[in-house]
Design a protein around this ligand. Sequence first.
Ligand SMILES: [Fe+2]
Length: 285
Amino acid sequence: MPAPALAAGAGIGLRAPHYGEIARTRPALAFLEVHSENFFGDGGPALAVLEGLRADYALSFHGVGLSLGSADPLDERHLARLEALVCRFEPALVSEHLSWSSFGGIHANDLLPLPRTREAIDHVAGRIARVQDRLRRRILVENVSCYLELGEPAFPEWEFVDAVVRRAGCALLLDVNNVHVNAVNQGFDARAWLASVDPLLVAEYHLAGHERGERGLLDTHAAPVAPEVWTLFREAVARIGPRPTLIERDACIPPLEALLAEAAHADAILEASRSASLDRVEAPA
Ligand SMILES: [Fe+2]
């Protein structure tokens, strides 16, 4: 049975604490997102849950382990598993991060930033193009939160991301919270980042929560979306347009109704942008 078409509305991550409730109640959502690697096995309850939901929801497969920017060879075993999963479920969206997380076969449990150089653009864009050839589809790459600078950057982050996406022929997954976190920590204007984005390249938004650490903001995905990020999202949608939007929560998973309330707020902003009435969408309590 074909999956429902993807609408430019809000979705949430399908996470284990909510498997039963989502399967039972089938809340109205534009899509469900899963981390691809969690479904690489040949069987088990998680795959069975996803199989049971695929007829009712468009799916977004979001990868965290492909290490697109690494200097290591692309992990063909990982890619083969992703290819099999994509062939099986035919998700509406397949995405990864514009980052690296492995070197010399050793994997870090983090999404590390790339040096913003011309050489890095060529390198990562070539690897994204190879992944797309293998999967026979366009993928999305996500701008990541960044806590260190590797060398002297040749470009601001927004120019680097734009160049990679254009060179690779992929699409941009614009994580609005990551833009905010980097802007605060690095002292640039988040609006300059958003103003530089070509709307034609953006295929999805992410909205996540962050927390304040001793030395700045931490992109933890463990809190509700912050008011400043809602404001930035509203401005992004007004300029770029409505796109599928994920409420991204990976830790301190709240009751399902809390995520659905955030998704409803994102939907209200997306809907208002269609009628140019963004000023009338009130911030969530
Ligand atoms: Fe994200």
